[in-house]
Every structure is written in structure tokens, then in C-alpha cells.
Write a protein that binds this ligand. Structure first.
Ligand SMILES: Cc1ncc(COP(=O)(O)O)c(C=O)c1O
Length: 433
């Protein structure tokens, strides 16, 4: 396993990962440096990324990191550099161009045709034939990363089947397929099935009510349709949720188990996954999870600033925190559990439903674009807790927008040991440069 550093990059986290025996997927030079300084042997680092700098590629070649070539063009660059250095790096190629239909939010789907990542599947037969002109490259196999929060099993089986087929093609060139890395994307259930069904029901109900003029039930900010597609006549296709899904029947390791127990399509037949991997000569099946490892390991706390109305019908809670500290909400619409934490047991007879905004000066600064349900009406000074914010949290998008300090982060280990992973910015941190 390779832990996807980007999901929560910090030496203290990397040390835990390494202690558990996993390696690390790094995608920038500071992620790489941080992993090395946390004690990772270079051979346990896989170098990803679609814009690797020359010096980083050279370092990877020098120290025998596994290089995941993001394109055929990058493969050629790596090969040229390695030749000049007189080295034989280990390389796999990242794939995209899979026909998977809708599998997750567009912003985090990375294996289709319209993506900046990966070499297109269709180009592989031609590419594999060119490997003999790169005799110094130890070409070990294939990598892909479907995207994040992949709630269904089918896409994993589909890509694995294709990769195994390519593995056989690689064997025909006289090489062995030693690595098949199916990336990360292992999903979490942020809510229960009942909560998710209720959520989509509320989205649908709110939008349909709005068509009859009843705006009180609108559930999504700006009366959007969530993951239901809007037809040209304004109605919605309520038969299918066409966006990210925050409940899954296969949370993280269950997905891995289901893949191994499943059947992959190889050569037009459905073959038991384990059998198909054996037939290919037992390559290492590598996973590269981020969210699945750290997503449910953290919570975010923020103080309530104000509680107000929007228009006639809706409540809006504003927090002393910007959307940059909850980056997933910048990229798509995450659905989390929320609660008031300072006075947890006090409740009103009815839950308090509200949209949630941040403290930055642009309208896109929304922390919840759907109505979250709190135990009671919050008041200024209450502390709100967002569950399961461990992946792509403050470390990913945090900025000094509006000159607010980036938040502190604290690691709490089993047994209660606390490590301040990052201090809240001071005035000098923001302005000294
Ligand atoms: C190449 C690669 N591998 C793995 C991951 C981890 O994805 P996830 O956190 O959804 O498991 C990412 C996420 O962006 C990625 O880009």
C-alpha cells in the first residue's frame, strides 16, 4: 500500500503510515522531502504528479523511487534523463481514457477521457511496442487513479480488468508485469444509508416544491438540483443522482475486499480477480488510498459568528472559518455530519436547519450548500463540529484569504498524546515576507 500523501501531508502522519508498513505516494518535492525526513526509504516512495520538475525526476532516478510516468511524453523525458545519468529507473505508466460513465464528481474524476492525468489507454499497444528502444528502463507495469470517493465497486473491477489485459500485452513484449496500482479513491460513508436517502429525497422535494412556487422547502443553496440533472424544460431527472455520493456499501477496506472477491472482465470473460492476477504471474496489486486512511480520523471545529435569515425562508449560520479551511467544499459538495459541540446535549424540540457560510469576502465561501441539521438554534460563540474532515482538509487549500490566519491542526493519538501539527498563523507569518 502507498498512502497518498496529499490527503494529509505531515511528518507525524507519515511516521504512523511507515510504522504500519506502508509506503507513500508523493506528488511534489516537499511531500517527497517530508516523507524522506519522516524516515521513508526512497524505494517505498512512488512519485506521482503531472508536472514533475527535472530535479525531482533526477532525485527519484538517483535514489530508486518508483516513477509513475503521467504521460508517454513524460516517460520519454524520464528515459532521456536516466540514459544521460547511466541509470535504470523503475517506471510504471499512469492510465486514463476508461469508459466508466459517471462515477464521482467531475472535479475529482481522473481516469476518463477528459482529464489532465494519465496516458490514454488507446495509445498503450503502440507505446508498449516502443519499450525496446528504452532498454535501460525497468518498466514494471501500470497505474491508474479513478478519482476520489468512488462509491461503487464496478469501476474498480472495470479498470483492473483492463490493466490486466494490458499486463498480458506487456508480457508479449518479453517483459513481466510486476505492478498493477489501482490508485486510491476508496470511499467513506459520511452518513448512513437512511441519512443519504433522506438527503437526496429532500433535494428532490425542495426543487419540485420550488416549481410550484413553494420556496420554503428548497434544500440546496440557490435552488440548485444537487446531483439530479435539470432538463431543458426545468424539470429534473429524479431517477438518478449524477454526482458525488456520500454513502457507500463498500467503505474503504470493504471495497478492497469486494475487489478481491469480485470478477474482472478480461478478454471478454468475467474472471475471479485473484485467478486473473495469478494468470498474469502475480504482479503486486498496489492501492494508493488517502481519504480511506485519514478521512474519518479528523474533525473540524469553528466558532459561530452569526445566525441570520436569507430571504423569507432560510436560516444561514456563518462561522469564523473560510471555505479554504474545508477545501472539499471548494471542489464539490461534501455531505458531512454537523453538530454543536460545546453544549452537546441541549436540544430544541425540532432540529435547526441551516445553510452554512464562511467568513471570506466572496459568495462562493459556502461550507454547506445544503441545509445541515443542528440539535438546536446555535448562538454566537457556540462551537460547531464537522465530522470526518481528515482528508484534503485545511492543509490542502488553506490560504490567507482576507488575511485570516490559517488554522491550527492537532494530532491526537490513541492514548491521548497531542502533537501540534501546525500552529495557527500569526500576523508575522502572514506579513513578514
Ligand atoms: C494519484 C493519486 N493517487 C491517490 C490519490 C488518493 O485518492 P483518495 O484520497 O481518494 O484515496 C489521489 C488523490 O488525488 C491521487 O491523485
Amino acid at each position: 500500500m502507498r498512502f497518498a500523501a496529499k490527503a494529509c501531508a505531515h511528518p507525524a502522519v507519515f511516521r504512523v503510515v511507515l510504522k504500519e508498513g506502508a509506503g507513500i505516494d508523493v506528488a511534489s518535492y516537499y511531500e517527497t522531502r517530508c516523507a524522506l525526513e519522516a524516515g521513508a526509504p526512497p524505494v517505498k516512495l512512488d512519485l506521482n504528479g503531472n508536472c514533475k520538475e527535472d530535479f525531482l525526476i533526477a532525485r527519484a532516478i538517483e535514489t530508486d523511487m518508483l516513477i509513475v510516468a503521467d504521460s508517454i511524453e513524460e516517460f520519454q523525458i524520464v528515459s532521456g534523463m536516466a540514459k544521460q545519468m547511466g541509470k535504470s529507473p523503475r517506471v510504471v505508466v499512469r492510465l486514463s481514457g476508461f469508459e466508466l460513465g459517471h462515477v464521482t464528481a467531475e472535479a475529482v474524476f481522473t481516469a476518463g477521457r477528459w482529464t489532465k492525468f494519465g496516458a490514454c489507454l488507446d495509445d498503450m499497444p503502440r507505446f508498449l511496442k516502443t519499450l525496446n528502444s528504452h532498454p535501460h528502463i525497468r518498466f514494471l507495469g501500470f497505474h491508474t487513479h479513478i478519482g476520489s470517493q468512488i462509491a461503487e465497486l464496478a469501476p474498480y473491477l472495470a479498470v483492473l480488468g483492463k490493466m490486466i489485459e494490458l499486463g498480458h500485452l506487456l508480457t508479449q513484449t518479453g517483459r513481466k508485469c510486476e505492478i498493477i496500482n489501482i490508485g486510491g479513491g476508496f470511499p467513506l460513508s459520511y452518513v448512513t444509508k437512511e441519512e443519504w436517502d433522506r438527503f437526496t429525497e429532500r433535494v428532490k422535494d425542495g426543487y419540485l416544491a420550488s416549481l410550484t412556487g413553494d420556496m420554503s422547502r428548497v434544500f440546496i443553496w440557490n435552488n440548485r438540483t444537487g446531483g439530479f440533472e435539470r432538463r431543458p424544460d426545468g424539470s429534473i431527472d429524479a431517477s438518478r443522482w449524477n454526482d458525488d455520493t456520500f454513502y457507500t456499501a463498500y467503505p474503504k477496506e470493504k471495497m478492497v475486499e469486494a475487489i478481491l472477491r469480485g470478477k474482472v472482465p478480461v478478454g471478454g470473460k468475467d474472471v475471479d480477480t485473484v485467478r486473473a492476477l495469478k494468470d498474469l504471474g502475480e504482479p503486486d496489486l498496489v492501492i494508493e488510498p488517502g481519504r480511506g486512511v485519514v478521512g474519518d480520523s479528523a474533525v473540524t471545529l469553528a466558532r459561530v459568528s452569526q445566525v441570520r435569515r436569507v430571504g423569507k425562508w432560510h436560516n444561514l449560520v456563518s462561522l469564523e472559518m473560510g471555505v479554504t479551511s474545508f477545501g472539499e467544499a471548494l471542489v464539490y459538495m461534501p455531505v458531512n455530519r454537523w453538530e454543536i459541540i460545546n453544549d452537546r446535549d441541549r436540544r430544541d424540540p425540532e432540529p435547526f436547519e441551516a445553510f452554512v457560510a464562511g467568513n471570506l469576502c466572496f459568495s462562493g465561501d459556502m461550507l454547506a450548500r445544503y441545509k445541515v441539521s443542528l440539535q438546536r438554534r446555535p448562538v454566537r460563540g457556540d462551537v460547531v463540529l464537522i465530522h470526518d474532515t481528515g482528508s484534503y482538509g485545511p492543509q490542502f487549500f488553506a490560504s490567507n484569504a482576507n488575511s485570516f490566519p490559517r488554522p491550527a491542526r492537532v494530532l491526537v493519538e490513541t492514548g491521548g498524546k497531542l502533537t501540534v501539527m501546525r500552529q495557527r498563523d500569526s500576523y508575522n507569518d502572514i506579513f513578514s515576507l
